[in-house]
Write a protein that binds this ligand. Sequence first.
Ligand SMILES: [Zn+2]
Ligand SMILES: [Zn+2]
Length: 245
Amino acid sequence: MVTLRIRVHTGVMIAKGGGVLLGVGHTPQQCGWIWSHRKMANSTRKCKSCGEYRLAADGVKVPAGWFCCHAHAIEFAREKASKATARQLAKAKVADKQVERVKAARHRKRKLDVKPLSYWMKRAQAAVNAYVRARDAGQPCISCGRPDDGSHQRHASHYRSAGGHPELRFCEINIWASCSVCNNWLSGNLVPYREALIAKIGIDKVEWLEGPQEPKRYRREEYQAIEAEYKAKLKELKSNDNGSL
Ligand SMILES: [Zn+2]
Ligand SMILES: [Zn+2]
């Protein structure tokens, strides 16, 4: 006589179409999917929106993740969308500011481009004169010997006038600090100026200044370079002065 031992395992699975499949007459190995399905049905999952744990079977699975209910899935999607919008707005703001900066720089450049050459000449001269006044600080007026005691304005006085000799306009040995009286009212007070200048730089250089010079025409870039050079020289002079105090 043959005894048959039949193992019967039953499991229930909800099929895609909604019908009920009954697994009958399988070994536990054969109906593994049923067991795992049962395990899943009893497990909990964390809602991506509210963070609560709920039965996995009670929730909603969408591409964005698992949610405890439809309302939370929708809320999550809305929040994500509004964050993305805020990010885009912030990006647009940054881009707008960049455009504004470029526009402002272009506007500044255009304004400077239409400035006449004399504008750049005056800027360069102002920078050279400021350097000369700082260089000669504490020295008496080159023409009359009036001391630099704060009782009068100090000017950068050209020995050979800048108007008559533009090629010496920025020449350091042609410009010395004087009092405003000599520079403004006595046309530089050149006779004593010459004496003092010979004592300072020697007759050879004075005669070179008085001699014929190569005519010079400056371009805008040259004026700008002179301005930059003398601003740097003044800065250096001031920092050396501070260092020696
Ligand atoms: Zn939730
Ligand atoms: Zn003077």
